[in-house]
Design a protein. Structure first.
Length: 455
């Protein structure tokens, strides 16, 4: 029932002589090198020869992009008849460099060596494993053909020798060397206004996800405004999504931080600084309040494509989500949003910074577990920043603020440093020039001298 057609035999150049088949062996230039005598009754080589060339090279041409390598001449004939793909029988375990050159133009090579799996993988390494696909069927092609199995399906189910989801050390060896030799470049863009933050985080890196949290009224938006402005002034194109505060009010804070002046007292300088500020690559989303994540992600993607945005800020997640959820639904919704932002950062090589309110406020300070939906946030984020407030025990009361780096995936260093707020400049950074400190909130000696600390 399962027999080879005359057309298949003729394509490979086989001839009938008495009760036997004569199979020609050609070189790559189609010159006859030798012949093999086949017994069609037993379907085996009656005169095994150690040949220097494979069988079937006469069918190979520059037009072929895909072939099958098999164990025997019978296998090659069966594969060709059922799949229409050129099948070549290898003569022995030896495989010359010249053969590799003959197969150089091929984009895909299936290997079906049922008798020797080790040989199959050695062949793949010689032929370039990136284009080789292995067939591990429990019988050879001839046996599968005679049993009525679908050889085309078997071929389509071959697996890549090199799985794109699996890597070995050599894949990223050079990258590791580059990171060790050029650590500063890989650390990212540094903050000029917050040198202590640079000392801990080392820099602001593309493709990362940063989460900022802090109690109500601690100055998250004001800090984030200056934090992003610092980077934007160094050429980092930024898209700010303010879902809680109206955009023009946020821009007013930024302009004040940019100028270093209380502009309400220096209106004569307004146009000068406004003209300068208008030239920096800072963009704002028009959203305010609850908004669809699909619409926000689409806007972010559009901004990356058109304006080459490298830093996106979401302030804040709860306002963007809205309040129309039960507790369980809110956890699920927030986890979904965090996952979407994480994927966006990774896929677009764009840093995303998200403000998330804590779910509880404790006198002893906030921790990662204080963040609403903390499990997913902790898992997906690369950096977690917490603005902490500490009440002073002095007679005049008040409190101090410091920024805590609670997670740093880049090198693991954690720490904290004091935030001193200048009410005139609306700034948490120290001025680059000498000025009166009467408008700067004081801090205690411990935090004034704070340095990064391992935790």
């Amino acid at each position: 029932e399962y027999t080879l057609s005359t057309d298949t035999l003729q394509r490979y150049g086989l001839r009938i002589y008495q009760d036997q088949l004569i199979a020609p062996l050609y070189d790559a230039d189609r010159s006859l090198v030798n012949i093999v005598v086949l017994d069609p009754i037993s379907q085996t080589n009656t005169k095994p020869l150690k040949l220097t060339v494979p069988f079937g090279l006469n069918l190979l041409s520059a037009r072929n992009a895909e072939i099958m390598l098999v164990d025997s001449i019978w296998d090659a004939l069966c594969v060709y008849q059922t799949t229409g793909k050129v099948a070549i029988a290898l003569p022995s375990a030896k495989f010359s460099i010249r053969m590799n050159m003959i197969f150089e133009h091929l984009r895909k090579i299936h290997i079906w060596c049922s008798n020797d799996k080790a040989l199959a993988f050695r062949l793949a390494n010689v032929l370039s494993p990136h284009r080789c696909f292995m067939i591990t069927y429990p019988m050879n092609a001839q046996g599968a053909f005679m049993s009525g199995h679908n050889l085309k399906t078997i071929m389509n189910e071959s697996f890549a020798v090199i799985n794109k989801c699996i890597e070995q050390f050599d894949t990223f060896r050079d990258l590791i060397r580059d990171e060790l030799l050029q650590r500063t470049r890989f650390a990212g863009l540094t903050w000029q206004r917050f040198p202590m933050l640079t000392q801990i985080l080392k820099g602001h890196r593309a493709g990362e996800l940063t989460v900022l949290t802090g109690s109500t009224g601690c100055g998250k938006t004001t800090f984030l405004s200056e934090y992003s402005l610092d980077l934007c002034l160094q050429g980092l194109s930024t898209l700010f999504g303010s879902f809680e505060i109206q955009t023009h009010r946020l821009a007013k804070v930024m302009l004040t931080q940019y100028s270093g002046l209380n502009l309400s007292k220096n209106m004569d300088a307004f146009d000068k600084f406004a003209d300068q500020f208008a030239r920096i690559p800072m963009f704002f989303m028009t959203f305010h309040g609850q908004e669809s994540i699909d619409k926000v992600i689409h806007t972010m993607g559009n901004a990356v494509a058109i304006h080459d945005i490298k830093h996106v800020i979401i302030d804040n997640l709860q306002f963007m989500m809205g309040m129309d959820y039960s507790n369980g639904d809110r956890f699920f919704k927030q986890d979904t949003l965090i996952h979407r932002f994480r994927n966006f950062a990774t896929n677009n090589k764009c840093h995303v910074t998200i403000v998330i309110h804590p779910r509880k406020e404790e006198d002893e300070g906030l921790t990662i577990s204080s963040i609403f939906g903390s499990a997913k946030v902790s898992q997906e984020s690369d950096n977690i920043l917490i603005i902490q407030q500490k009440k002073l025990s002095t007679a005049n009361g008040g409190n101090i603020k410091y920024l805590q780096v609670a997670k740093n995936r880049f090198d693991g260093q954690l720490g904290r440093f004091a935030l001193r707020f200048d009410k005139e400049r609306l700034s948490f950074s120290r001025p680059a020039f000498s000025r009166d400190d009467s408008n700067i909130e004081s801090d205690d000696h411990e935090l004034r001298q704070s340095i990064p600390v391992e935790q």
